[in-house]
Design a protein around this ligand. Sequence first.
Ligand SMILES: CC(C)(COP(=O)(O)OP(=O)(O)OC[C@H]1O[C@@H](n2cnc3c(N)ncnc32)[C@H](O)[C@@H]1OP(=O)(O)O)[C@@H](O)C(=O)NCCC(=O)NCCS
Length: 158
Amino acid sequence: MAIEFRINHPVTADDFIDLLESSTLGERRPIHDRGCIEGMVSNSNLIVSAWDGPLLIGIARSVTDFHYACLLSDLAVHKDYQRSGIGKRLQSLTREQLGPRCKVIIIAAPAAKSYYGQVGYVHNGYCWVLDPGASIKSGRATSRSWTLKGAGSVPPSQ
Ligand SMILES: CC(C)(COP(=O)(O)OP(=O)(O)OC[C@H]1O[C@@H](n2cnc3c(N)ncnc32)[C@H](O)[C@@H]1OP(=O)(O)O)[C@@H](O)C(=O)NCCC(=O)NCCS
C-alpha cells in the first residue's frame, strides 16, 4: 500500500503515543503524561503525518505563526519505515506550508544529531532553552512597580 501524507489530518493521542514508542522518540517525550500528550496534539497548528493504511508511521508536529518562525517540535518515523525518505518528505511538506520568511527551528535529539546538518539545517549556537520549572531570574529591574492587564493560561488539552 502506498504511504499517504496528510496535512493537519486529525491525530489521536493514542496514535501519537504509539508512534513515539515505535520510533524511539518516546524515550524523550512525556508518553506517560496523557494530559501533556493530548495538549501537544490538540494545540499544535501544523501537523504533517504519514500513514500506511490506518497506521500512523510518521509525524512532523509544529507550532508556528507561518510567517516568521516554526518550531518543529517532534519529528518521528516508525522504526520499520526509517531511512526511506519519509522524514525528509515530512519536513519538505512542513516547509511548503510556511511563508518565504519563515525559519524552521528544531532541537535535535542526541540520536539525530548528525541528521539535520545532512538534510540542510544550519547549526545555530544562539539557541537557548528555558527548562520547565525554571523561571526568569529577578534583578535590579524588580525595584520598579508594574501593572499587568490580562493573563494567559495553559489551554485545555482537548
Ligand atoms: C530522525 C528521523 C526522523 C529521520 O527520519 P527518516 O525517515 O528515517 O529519515 P530519511 O529517510 O528522510 O533520511 C534521510 C537521510 O538521513 C539519514 N538518516 C536517517 N536517520 C538518521 C540519523 N538518526 N542520524 C543520521 N542520519 C540519519 C538517512 O540515512 C538518509 O540519508 P541519504 O539521504 O543519504 O540516504 C527518524 O530516523 C526517527 O524518527 N528517528 C528516531 C526519533 C528521532 O530521533 N527523531 C528526531 C527528534 S529531534
